[in-house]
Design a protein around this ligand. Structure first.
Ligand code: 1HN
Length: 351
């Protein structure tokens, strides 16, 4: 009898005579049918990405210890990678396309100039006085600021303050590495140029007119101050008391599109006591608590995000976020793989 599940028991490798299998192997040939279900499972993709929580309270002392154990000259970038055990820690990935790391820069240190094919962003976690120089634009780093280091742009980090500075790096390294396009170049320290950046593009609704000579950069704005994103969220929440989701997307102010090609970045506000269910969509997501604390429910897994904590959720999974405070708003930075999924044509929202 034929039915819709007529292919449910496919032939196994062991069903084939050994000499036939040996002949295939010798010719670099592989039968598809024993592996077909593994690469094309029914309904929902196989995901190695596990819900994973990296509390800052336990990460921070280990990062400070890295500062004592390894001088910057021996590290170039002093980073502890937030690795998802579902992928294997050695793969250094949070999800299929996202890499996360917490980077420590101590007063007076310099992380030398380089550029590379993966796109990076920094989300500043703590400390004052550090800066990153991206494509000649000197970007001061304050808590909650988002700073872009898009593909191919020179960047280096320095620190003129007197306390440790820590930031979260989010890169599309796993994807770029998988496509065999990941490499870097070293270079001399870059000179500071008068940037346009936030001065030219930092006001919503207006951008500089382009008919006169302008630089026409692919990445016109590199630093997104937290004070501006926070103010936007608070004003949306005040203006739309019934809006369920108070969220902003970090965009390229000229195109209005995502700030980078592969990963998307957002800031989200939970009202006091609010519980917000994010629908099951194809991209994996990362949540980093900028202010306040929140309970995170990812199917059967739940975490409490304290300030500066980070967690990730696999794709095709609904996530519920709940502000633990009944009196203060909570603010969460979100990174996801939506731009990549849209470009690939595999983006889905399953509700
Ligand atoms: C990188 O260039 C930085 O510039 C940080 O701070 C982390 C992880 C992998 C590859 C390049 C940085 C990185 C990285």
């Amino acid at each position: 009898m034929q039915s819709h599940d007529r292919f449910d028991t496919l032939g196994r490798l062991e069903d084939l005579p050994q000499d036939y299998r040996d002949n295939l192997t010798q010719q670099n040939l592989v039968p598809l049918w024993p592996s077909l279900r593994a690469v094309l499972p029914p309904e929902v993709p196989a995901r190695k990405t596990q819900p994973t929580h990296w509390p800052y309270a336990t990460l921070r002392p280990l990062l400070i210890q890295a500062g004592e154990l390894t001088p910057i000259e021996k590290a170039e970038r002093r980073v502890l990678v937030l690795a998802n055990p579902g992928h294997g820690l050695e793969k250094m990935q949070a999800s299929a396309a996202m890499y996360l790391g917490m980077q420590l820069l101590l007063p007076g240190e310099l992380a030398p100039a380089h550029r590379h094919t993966p796109n990076a962003i920094r989300m500043v976690v703590e400390g004052e006085g550090a800066w990153t120089l991206v494509d000649g634009e000197k970007c001061p780093m304050s808590r909650g600021d988002l700073i872009l280091t898009p593909t191919g742009l020179w960047h280096e980090h320095g620190h003129d303050g007197d306390q440790p500075v820590v930031w979260l790096d989010v890169l599309d390294l796993p994807l770029v590495y998988y496509t065999e396009t990941s490499y870097h170049l070293e270079g001399p320290s870059q000179s500071v140029k008068q940037g346009e950046g936030v001065n030219a593009f930092g006001r919503g609704g207006v951008t500089p007119t382009t008919v006169f000579e302008r630089s026409n950069k692919a990445y016109p704005m590199l630093r997104y101050p937290w004070a501006e994103a926070r103010a936007a969220l608070v004003s949306i929440a005040d203006n739309e008391p019934d809006a369920e989701c108070v969220q902003v997307t970090y965009v390229n102010p000229v195109t209005g599109g995502d700030v980078q090609n592969i990963l998307g970045f957002y800031a989200l506000m939970l009202r006091p006591g609010q519980s917000l269910r994010l629908p099951a969509r194809s991209p994996a997501q990362v949540f980093h608590q900028i202010e306040g604390s929140a309970d995170v429910q990812i199917e059967a897994t739940s975490f409490t995000l304290a300030e500066a904590d980070t967690c990730c959720a696999p794709g095709y999974t609904a996530v519920t976020l709940k502000n633990r405070s009944a009196s203060e708003p909570a603010f969460i930075f979100v990174a996801d793989e939506a731009p990549l999924h849209r470009k690939l044509g595999v983006y889905e929202n399953r509700g």
